[in-house]
Design a protein around this ligand. Structure first.
Ligand code: ATP
Ligand code: MG
Length: 267
């Protein structure tokens, strides 16, 4: 099957610092890929290149047969790539439902005139959007009772799930999750594993997940990629990558070297 995503020899430099260094990999549709690596390895910068926040200094990114590097973030999203952020980025004063509707916005067809006069087609679209947003709240296990809560009043774990629901609202083919379990307790992290598996299995969405929790990575990933200092060190099964000498070396002095979960406060 043709690759959904091809990252072709991508380098991103910030002045003299090479944050992503000649990274080259392909992702097949339907896969859950885990991306691991110590702090500062270049994982988020790689995501930022894929989603159009940054343009690669060298190399190109091809999604679904079309080049996406150089496009703006909303253009990349419209092609079918959605993401969540390492630091939750919700609209705090807006309700949970409104946050999801914002994620859907790029898909709604109405123009400014129609938004003002709200002809029947627009009203119908809005009702459909609200129904879909409620379904997404159900899907991530938040439930409808939180629909009218301002996002900032939701418990932290719920905010993480709401971010995923918002990303799903744009009907992506590829979902990038940047540390989805960051700040969650053990039970919430287990639930997160279920959501990620559901997203892949039930919705057919391809997932790339940056994660420090090796239990979560090992459980849900079909393939794992390890980075350090901008470079990909190893790719393979979670077990293969974890025992790869270059990966062990990169993690020396960190808890992951001892096979433990790297517990990190939400940064
Ligand atoms: N906009 C920027 N300008 C300058 N340097 C940057 C920028 N963004 C990232 N960097 C640097 O690039 C390197 C990689 O950072 P990045 O955030 O991608 O790491 P990461 O693997 O996501 O780490 P963490 O696990 O801590 O989230 C770091 O040295 C970081 O300081
Ligand atoms: Mg990061």
């Amino acid at each position: 099957m043709a690759d959904l995503l091809a990252v072709n020899n991508v380098t991103k430099a910030f002045g003299g610092l090479i944050a992503v260094n000649a990274v080259d990999f392909h992702i097949a549709p339907g896969m859950i890929a885990g991306l691991i690596g110590p702090n500062g390895a270049g994982k988020t910068t790689l995501f930022n290149n894929i989603t159009g926040l940054y343009t690669p200094t060298k190399g190109e990114i091809v999604f679904d047969g079309q080049r996406v590097s150089g496009l703006k973030p909303h253009e990349v999203q419209a092609r079918g790539i959605a993401r969540t952020f390492q630091n939750i980025r919700l609209f705090g004063q807006m309700t949970a439902l409104e946050n999801i509707l914002v994620g859907m916005h790029s898909r709604l067809k109405g123009n400014i005139f129609e938004a003002f006069f709200r002809p029947p087609r627009v009203r119908h679209e809005e009702a459909e959007a609200a129904a879909k947003a409620l379904d997404l709240l159900d899907f991530v296990g938040l439930g409808r009772k939180f629909a009218d809560w301002p996002a900032r009043n939701l418990p932290y774990g719920f905010q993480r799930r709401l971010e995923i629901a918002r990303a799903l609202a744009s009907d992506p083919k590829l979902l990038l999750l940047d540390e989805p379990s960051s700040g969650l307790n053990v039970e919430e992290t287990e639930d997160m594993a279920f959501w990620i598996e559901d997203i892949s299995r039930d919705l057919g969405i391809t997932v790339i997940m940056v994660e420090h929790d090796m239990t979560l990575v090992s459980r849900v990933s079909d393939r794992v990629m390890a980075m350090n200092q901008g470079r990909v060190l190893a790719m393979g099964s979670a077990a293969e990558v974890q025992r790869h000498p270059a990966v062990v070396e990169a993690y020396i002095g960190t808890p992951a070297a001892a096979g433990e979960t790297v517990e990190r406060a939400a940064s």
